[in-house]
Ligand binder design. Structure first.
Ligand SMILES: [Mg+2]
Length: 244
């Protein structure tokens, strides 16, 4: 096993579990179910609805202040995005939009999956004496349900959820609090996760090592390519690389 730090902070969504990544295929599948309601009988028509709804969702989440508020109510945010998407397509129908959004929330929830090497990696790190925290954004109820479903609670020395702590990543207070709870200095800890800003840029500002989890090989996001101070300490494609 390579040299390990005193402590590691793990992200939850799309790091330990597959949750929200790559939504295109899920949207296409779901919209086929609503094809008759949407009068979208050809694949091109489904594609148009999918593209419009996803563009509305991207626009919605691109405002950091809006995102910070609605992260605590993702089903509600989905309803708004689908309502706006249908309106843009000239088919404004809030009741139908809400049914579609809620069905998407349900479909995604049913398809959350633990990454196959998550338990083994976390357990090996803990056995090696590394102090472990789970640091996740989102509502208490939603995140606690995932933590229970995927048997994660007992694996961590500290669990910190945005909806309970009162602040979320990338607020520096979030990392500082977790480090304090683990009783380590920033330079003794890694942050591991899939969100470049939350798990590389912000924690590295504090002096932590940012380990970017990039399972789909997306590569460093364009805005950061030429920013020497925002390069991850390490990029991994599988969690188990941490203990190899
Ligand atoms: Mg994540």
């Amino acid at each position: 096993m390579a040299a390990l730090p005193k402590a590691i902070l793990f992200d939850l969504d799309d790091t330990l579990i597959r949750a929200y990544a790559q939504p295109e295929e899920a949207w296409t599948r779901l919209l086929h179910v609503f094809a008759a309601h949407l009068d979208a009988h050809e694949p091109e028509a489904i594609e148009r609805v999918r593209g419009t709804v996803m563009a509305e969702a991207r626009a919605f989440w691109s405002d950091p202040a809006v995102a910070a508020k609605w992260r605590l109510d993702i089903p509600g945010a989905r309803r708004l995005s689908v309502r706006r998407g249908l309106a843009k397509l000239g088919r404004a129908d809030d009741a139908l939009a809400d049914r579609i959004a809620d069905a998407f929330t349900e479909l995604r929830r049913n398809e959350y999956r633990l990454y196959p090497d998550a338990h083994a990696t976390v357990d090996a790190l803990r056995d090696a004496g590394v102090r472990l925290a789970l640091v996740t954004n989102g509502a208490s109820e939603t995140q606690r349900a995932k933590i229970e479903r995927f048997e994660l609670a007992h694996r961590f020395h500290h669990i910190q959820i945005e909806g309970e702590f009162g602040q979320g990543k990338p607020e520096l207070a979030v990392y500082r609090h977790a480090l304090e709870r683990l009783d380590v200095a920033p330079g003794e800890a890694w942050m591991v996760g899939d969100n470049y800003e939350w798990e590389v840029v912000a924690p590295q500002q504090l002096g932590m090592c940012g380990i970017w989890y990039d399972p789909f090989g997306a590569g460093v996001p364009a805005p950061y390519l030429r920013d020497a101070t925002a390069q991850p300490t390490r990029i991994i494609k599988r969690l188990s690389e941490l203990v190899e």
